[in-house]
Design a protein around this ligand. Structure first.
Ligand code: SF4
Length: 129
């Protein structure tokens, strides 16, 4: 349809498997803010933000074909819960759920920054180069 009528299509989904299959560009949003964006091929190959990487580990679309033992046993979830949007954590809002969090993560809210050596890909994480 996009090619036939020359339009853009915005797909909003929790499934990065669908994004990988159908999209050119992706913006990964956590608790209302973009934490990573870039070309799908780049983000799928090298997810720069821990939330993006965590999403890949719990994506049914991606996990189903390689699930052995069966999917119910291999399916993963991200620990913790989404924060209340009226009471966001200080600093990085993903810090309470992030397995890579360090003390500096709660000091200041990280900006969305371009990744070194990866044109067009940006991430909101103090640990990304
Ligand atoms: S800034 Fe820290 S807590 Fe936030 S995603 Fe990066 S490593 Fe995790």
């Amino acid at each position: 349809m996009r090619d036939e009528i020359g339009c853009s299509i915005l797909l909003i989904t929790h499934s990065l498997g669908l994004v990988a299959r159908y999209c050119d560009l992706v913006a990964v949003i956590y608790a209302g803010e973009i934490v990573e964006r870039g070309a799908v091929a780049d983000v799928v190959r090298h997810p720069a933000h821990p939330y993006t990487a965590d999403l890949f580990t719990c994506d049914v679309e991606i996990d189903a074909p390689r699930a052995n033992p069966p999917l119910a046993q291999s399916f993963q979830v991200i620990r913790g819960e989404l924060p209340a949007l009226r009471d966001l954590p200080k600093g990085c809002i993903y810090a309470p759920r992030c397995a890579h969090a360090v003390a500096d993560c709660t000091a200041a809210h990280p900006d969305l920054r371009p990744l070194a050596g990866k044109p067009g890909q940006e991430a909101r994480c103090i640990l990304t180069p």
